[in-house]
Design a protein around this ligand. Structure first.
Ligand code: SF4
Ligand code: SF4
Length: 728
């Protein structure tokens, strides 16, 4: 990983009397160090990657404190790491992206929560739900309920978030329950400040190791008959202890308001959105003072039943503002009201959107219904008018886009350009999908089992390749039921990140064991690129990375860990092909899909992530130029006089720098292809032109900076020749 977190690491060194200014996720990281954690681990994923990325680079700081940092191979290994806190008084923290990461971690989590913990444990979870999410839409809340985990959902303000981290460790120790803290995208990236404390050196750590292991204690094993006792402990001791802690330290916030006949219960993480919506009704101010009583749940599991009953007592109606479905909090509050014999009318998902992020429009809609029914003192008409106007504008736009002639739509379309995600310019995965498209022209269409990773961009135009995505590293396993019923072989796509995360065990091992006739295409780009280009087991060391800026080749054959692993566990048909060699890749794909060899066939597409490569070579290039050294930049272009305007090159490439421009020939109407300045000279344009026998309009140019005297002389000579030969 070529990004430097030097500045962030200096923030982590702040102490008592200092004020931290910065992003939410970094504030959480700092709070972990202030809480005296002995170990930190995790598996990166948006929006919490930053925590682990920073810690991995903060080697000096963690060594000074004696904190052990582990970049885990997946979320299951991160959750299992927390087992250190079952017997020992060690505080530990791990991080990953939910819900997918929590699914992977679920087995270890259940086996951790059953015996419970001695040292405080905190999982910092990226709650990737709602707008901008990149995973299936489910809630982490279910895991907290089923396994008996504390679930913090802090109001997104830095001081509060940091305080909740400190409380999470203490509450975990007081109740023996592992704690989770869910952080949404906005909470991770919001900026603010908080008053720092000194970082705490853990009492037990790599600097102060334990002399002896804990005494054998069968009751600490998640094994029957201990598990039967654990179940009772959860219900009879741990959850009550957690509730006592939450109440005693007032972790949930009560905000009074003059409209005491109603109240709103809200998850802490979305409470600011609620306050903003209340402002539109004139029922709150910009400082968070509300005229409607609020119960802000910084801890959403376990709920403190007595606190809820007390809040509801004497009110005509309660509204539960809870994101997503099912409405776990609302259901529990309904049973609290019932058991306490309260007649308070309960609203929630009958008024608040059941799916999607609770954006301002969704909040306003729900509140308008609630106030109209239960709080006539609040005038809902201005908000209703605002919502109606928004709805009308949306309808108007939809009508324009569907029915109105293109010319009339143009101004709107220009304001809202479609921006589907796609591969970076020069990505080494794009040429492989070009080759796969071409290979299918030879063998016919095949079922493509896709996976999580940058390669999933191939599911978009112009490739549209991929029939299913079952999870990270799951593509080979996901074709096990499809392959036997297909006349043509199925191809499974997997990144090197997915291979190490899960694919080696769930896919490769199973296919070999069952003797499956399968084809696996692994993208060896050197990093887990989709999560922020973190290093993996097969990331080549610096010495092995090519630095020559004028070479398109980069990581080829510099690291063979994946190939050696595959060969070691018995893969007999294995080919490594440079990603940018489209003709070769097409031939090898065709061979894999048609060979008489029955068994697992693996093609390793070898080419460094271009994003990471550019990060690496740019400073190197700048330094070269500053020293006056010669550098060559390759760039591709299209001869507009030769381009026939059929755009076959674009349908095979999808590179954003290969685009269109008006045809300069007044006798032709079709726009011609053109390569704009962002081209990184990956070579795909030339490769595709050859592999697919396209029109000969592409040319390869070399932009030489700080040329040698011979090149200057040759250039002058060419300029003279051109002047002579050019028609007057
Ligand atoms: S991050 Fe790397 S692997 Fe991912 S799309 Fe960009 S160049 Fe390709
Ligand atoms: S050579 Fe072609 S595919 Fe590669 S970066 Fe340039 S325009 Fe894009």
């Amino acid at each position: 990983m070529e990004i430097s977190f030097e500045q962030e690491i200096s923030q982590l060194r702040l102490g008592a009397g200092d004020t931290f200014h910065g992003e939410g996720i970094l504030a959480i990281t700092k709070a972990l160090l202030e809480s005296g954690v002995s170990y930190i681990g995790g598996y990166q994923g948006a929006p919490v990657s930053h925590l682990l990325d920073v810690m991995v680079q903060a080697k000096d700081l963690v060594a000074e404190l004696g904190v052990h940092v582990e970049a885990c191979s997946n979320e299951a290994s991160a959750a299992a790491m927390l087992g250190a806190s079952i017997h020992y008084p060690l505080r530990g923290a791990v991080t990953w992206k939910s819900i997918v990461g929590t699914n992977v971690a679920a087995d270890a989590l259940a086996n951790l929560a059953s015996p419970g913990v001695t040292g405080g444990v905190l999982m910092v979870i990226g709650e990737d739900y709602g707008e901008g999410a990149s995973v299936v839409q489910e809630r982490t809340h279910a895991y907290a309920m089923k396994s008996g985990l504390l679930l913090f959902d802090p109001r997104p303000e830095l001081q509060n978030m940091v305080d909740m981290v400190r409380h999470a460790f203490r509450a975990s120790e007081a109740s023996n329950m592992p704690a989770m803290m869910e952080l949404r995208i906005r909470a991770c990236h919001l900026r603010g400040s908080f008053a720092c404390s000194d970082n705490r050196r853990p009492t037990v750590s790599a600097l102060a190791p334990l002399a002896e292991p804990a005494a054998f204690d069968y009751s600490r094993l998640a094994h029957p008959p201990s598990t039967f006792r654990h179940e009772k402990l959860k219900v009879e001791e741990r959850i009550p202890a957690a509730r006592n802690y939450i109440l005693a330290h007032q972790l949930n916030e009560l905000r009074g308001g003059r409209h005491a006949q109603v109240g709103i219960v809200v998850q802490g993480g979305i409470s600011h959105a609620l306050l903003r919506a209340l402002q539109d009704f004139g029922a709150a101010d910009a400082y968070g003072h509300s005229e409607v009583p609020l119960l802000i749940l910084n801890v959403t599991y376990p709920l403190v039943h007595d606190q809820i009953a007390e809040f509801a007592a004497g009110k005509d109606a309660l509204l539960v503002v809870e994101e997503g479905s099912p409405e776990y909090i609302e259901h529990e509050i309904a049973s609290v009201l019932q058991r306490h014999g309260l007649k308070t009318v309960l609203h929630g998902k009958d008024m608040i959107a059941a799916t999607g992020e609770l954006n301002p429009e969704a909040m306003l809609n729900g509140l308008a219904q609630f106030f109209a029914r239960h709080l006539p003192a609040v005038d809902v008409q201005p908000v209703r008018a605002q919502l109606d106007a928004t709805a009308a504008r949306r309808l108007q736009l939809a009508a324009m886009l569907e029915r109105v002639p293109a010319a009339a739509v143009a101004p709107v379309a220009a304001a809202l350009p479609a921006r589907p995600p796609g591969f970076c310019v020069g990505c080494p995965e794009r040429p492989v999908f070009s080759a796969l498209k071409l290979a299918q022209q030879d063998v016919g269409p095949v079922h493509v089992a896709a996976d999580i990773g940058c390669h999933s961009f191939a599911t978009f135009e112009p490739f549209s390749l991929g029939h299913s995505i079952l999870g990270y590293g799951m593509s080979l396993a996901s074709r096990a039921g499809v392959s036997p019923v297909m006349q043509r072989r199925v191809i499974s796509i997997m990144g090197d990140g997915g291979f190490w995360h899960n694919g080696l065990l769930t896919g490769v091992q199973s296919a070999l064991f069952n003797g499956d006739d399968a084809v696996l295409l692994i993208f060896k780009n050197g990093y887990t690129s989709a999560t922020g280009t973190q290093d993996i087991l097969s990331t080549p060391g610096k010495a092995n990375k090519a630095t020559a800026a004028d070479k398109t080749a980069s990581l080829t054959a510099t690291d063979r860990t994946i190939e050696d692993t595959l060969a070691g566990i018995g893969v007999k048909w294995l080919r490594t092909v440079h990603s940018y060699r489209v003709t070769t890749m097409r031939r090898v794909l065709r061979e894999a899909l048609t060979t008489d060899f029955r068994g697992l066939k693996v093609i390793v597409a070898d080419g460094e992530c271009q994003l990471e490569r550019q990060r690496r070579i740019r400073p190197w290039l700048e330094a070269m130029l500053a020293r006056g050294e010669r550098s060559v930049r390759v760039k591709y272009g299209v001869d507009e006089d030769v381009c026939n305007g059929d755009h076959a090159c674009m349908r095979l490439s999808g590179c954003p720098t290969l685009t269109l421009k008006d045809n300069p020939d007044p006798l032709k109407v079709d726009p011609v292809a053109t390569v704009i300045d962002g081209c990184v000279g990956c070579g795909l344009c030339g490769e595709n032109a050859h592999a697919a026998t396209l029109c000969p309009s592409f040319y390869r140019a070399e932009v030489v900076r700080n040329p040698r005297w011979r090149e200057r002389a040759l250039d002058a000579l060419r300029a003279v020749a051109l002047r002579v030969l050019r028609p007057a």
